[in-house]
Structure formats: C-alpha cells, structure tokens
Design a protein around this ligand. Sequence first.
Ligand SMILES: Nc1ncnc2c1ncn2[C@@H]1O[C@H](COP(=O)(O)OP(=O)(O)OP(=O)(O)O)[C@@H](O)[C@H]1O
Ligand SMILES: [Mg+2]
Length: 211
Amino acid sequence: MNSFKLVVRDLTKDFNRRSIFRQLAFSLTVGDSLAITGKNGSGKSTLSKILAGVLSPSQGTVEYFLDGVRIQEEQMKDTVGFVSPYLNLYEEFSAVENLKILSQIRSNKKRFEERADELIRMVGLWPRRDDPVGIYSSGMKQRLKYAFALLHEPQILILDEPTSNLDEEGMELVKEVVRRQKKNGILIVATNDSLEAKWCKKKIVLKVSST
Ligand SMILES: Nc1ncnc2c1ncn2[C@@H]1O[C@H](COP(=O)(O)OP(=O)(O)OP(=O)(O)O)[C@@H](O)[C@H]1O
Ligand SMILES: [Mg+2]
C-alpha cells in the first residue's frame, strides 16, 4: 500500500468581496474519509473544486504527496477522480468517446480501452454506449461521470452531490464505489444529505458567510 496524503493549509476563498471560507487546514491519508457539509451556498462545491485542483484558492495550498514526495500541480489530475454537477460531458459524443476525450488530459492512460469498457458495464450503460450523451437522461449522465472519475483508479476520489439523479440501483453502485475507495484511498463527499455524510469518518461544516 502506498502512502498517499492530501495536505490543506490556510485555505481561503473569496469571490469578489464575498468571503466563502477562511484558513481551512486539514490532512488526509489512505483510509481517511471526509464529509463536507453546510447549507446551500456555504461553499461545499467551491471547496470540492479547489481540492480537485480545478479552481484556484484565494490563499493557501492544496498539496498531494506520494511516499513523502509532493506531486506537481500538472500531475494532480492523474491521482484525483471528481464527480460534480459542474463537470460537463460532451453531448455530441458517445460514452466511450467521452471517456477517451476526457482521459486525454491525463498522462496516465494505462489499459484505457479495457478499463473504459469495464466501467461502462459497471455503471450500467453498456447497452447505450454508442448513443450520444446529449440524449442520455440525467441519471445516465451521472453514472457516466463515475466511469470517468474511476477510469485511472484515483488515490483520491471527490464526490459532490454523489447520488444526484440516481435511482436505487445507482445509489447502491455509489455505495460500493465509496466502500472500495475508503479501503484503497481517500474519499471526500460534499453533500446536503446527512446519511451520505455518515459514509465518512470525518466531517467539516461550512458556514454561510455574512460578508
Ligand atoms: N464563480 C463564482 N463567482 C461568484 N460567486 C460564486 C461563484 N461560484 C460560487 N459562488 C458563490 O460561492 C458561494 C458558495 O457556493 P457553492 O456552490 O460552493 O455552495 P454549496 O455549498 O455547494 O451550495 P449547494 O448546497 O447549493 O450546492 C455562493 O454564495 C455562490 O454564490
Ligand atoms: Mg454545491
């Protein structure tokens, strides 16, 4: 087992003059799980995006370490999987094509074809794999986001609104993904749902700021 670590220091985000959160600090290692909770507009999605490296903080740092060595910013995307309402899929392309296009931004392309097929099956989209994603239902799109997030077997998995639009079978699938991730890596779940927050051992509650 590797010694992957996420270290957050002094993390602060402002949008224009609105302060979203200030000076957050925590660290997580393999086997850790963290729920990010708080009311609508408290900053859960914003924090998730910053932890996933797709949005910059106003102050502070998010660092990933593998065996004590800091992973360069450009390589962070190779170790993180992110499911988010803000992740856009390419509507005119099929499931496999989407996975291919999205994974091209990652340097780690091992076993792509084999793993893409395996994941499309796992999320239950195999019979619809050649359809353009634009005609997928909202739950089908959410399922495809899981296939993308898991394609490179990420050490850290960040789920924002993990079960949004999913049916019962989809929710069971997510629970299985969560169980595996907690065993093999780091899990972060941003949610308004108290049951989902209970999947995680640790919890932070963000407050809606008045400024
Ligand atoms: N690009 C942006 N520009 C300005 N303000 C923004 C931007 N993105 C988010 N915000 C603001 O940041 C605050 C936190 O938003 P965020 O989406 O992170 O909240 P949330 O906790 O995920 O809410 P929800 O429970 O509704 O998903 C809100 O006040 C929002 O208006
Ligand atoms: Mg949100």
